[in-house]
Write a protein that binds this ligand. Sequence first.
Ligand SMILES: [Zn+2]
Ligand SMILES: [Zn+2]
Length: 189
Amino acid sequence: MDLRSPFAASLASLPHQEGARIPWSRRIPAPADMGLEMIGVPEGGDLDIDLELNSVSEGVYVSGSVRAPIAGNCARCLREIAGSVDEPIGELVLYPQRQAALVEEGDEEAGQMPVVDSDHIDLEPIVRDAVVLSLPFVPLCKGDCRGICPGCGQLWEDLPEGHAHEAPADRGDPLAALEARLRAEEEGE
Ligand SMILES: [Zn+2]
Ligand SMILES: [Zn+2]
């Protein structure tokens, strides 16, 4: 872990004693790539992180919330979307020796959990997961967005009722013609 990272939380003032806790609140500019393809936190946007680091027997329980601006595009009409998220955080960060003991006991899940490193916690993946997992895979500008006409790209809601485009000239469909001929032959018998 890079201890100079703004997401590196020092545990120097947190006693290794169950029930002890320290507050950890920061405003940090969002790193790049905190989001999904269509929507995410703009790079440099304010991440308002408000946490408590709680000493528990197995490590440190991180609890609190993160607020962040989000921006993206509607998956149906591509109009820009802007908003914000306010997500709860609750994550157990294990002491490394505790993780090793759990893995030894066959707890495979423990092997995937974050660990305390050099008396610090890297909050970046924890904050990132809280924000990214809250984002919609199909962001919409509004729930009933009707999207755009594939013929002209205009918003359906701006187009008059019954809007349509002339079908492309019939170039003849050989398969359909064959089917029609067979059907006619069958009926002729
Ligand atoms: Zn839309
Ligand atoms: Zn159209």
